[in-house]
Ligand binder design. Sequence first.
Ligand SMILES: C[S@@+](CC[C@H](N)C(=O)[O-])C[C@H]1O[C@@H](n2cnc3c(N)ncnc32)[C@H](O)[C@@H]1O
Length: 206
Amino acid sequence: MEFATRNPLDAEFWDERFGKGFTPWNRGAVPQNLQHYVQTLTANLQAPSPVCLIPGCGHAYELDFLIKSGWQVSAIDFSSAAVATAQALFPNHTNAIVQADFFDYRPASGLNCIYERAFFCALPAERRASVVRRWAELLPRDGLIFGFFFVDEDASKRPKGPPFRISSAQLSALMEEQFERIEDAEVSDSLAVFEGKERWQIWRRR
Ligand SMILES: C[S@@+](CC[C@H](N)C(=O)[O-])C[C@H]1O[C@@H](n2cnc3c(N)ncnc32)[C@H](O)[C@@H]1O
């Protein structure tokens, strides 16, 4: 398939791919690790009621799942085509799916968690520190980032993306000043594009 846009920092890059139906990152369902995690949290009655943001939500299947699980959730994407796709899939949640740039977005109410999937790895390496800074600004102490990270120890040998790979050492170096990793697990239902390199991780705001 031919594309006119090349820069994943531009919304037009994503608009073009959603417009042409080229979305190889789209799971089309809720990943198993997320399902298990939410079931565990729901069983723990002492857990605070989750107020969650999904940055770069794409099709937003997880939004529907989390809302049905009783969570307060907002999903944002700066691509108008992504937002239109998600709103068409989930017409009951159109108000929760907002066109916004993650770096400018101000949530209406305080968050205590952020769900990550294929947003962090969609951005080139030079943008990563800004993402981590914004995660830290958006979350209070003990707030959580949970989700999927595209980790490859040979990341520097494959700079092309998206998805952009990060080594575990690079990820730790970026995160550990503001966040503590409290879970790191294998993923058994990865799509081909992430196969063998996807980790389910939970990071807690220090
Ligand atoms: C690879 S897709 C992943 C979509 C979704 N998270 C998923 O797992 O299917 C990356 C998404 O991030 C969005 N995105 C990239 N930069 C963004 C930004 N600065 N603010 C909001 N969304 C952004 C893109 O428009 C795209 O929908």
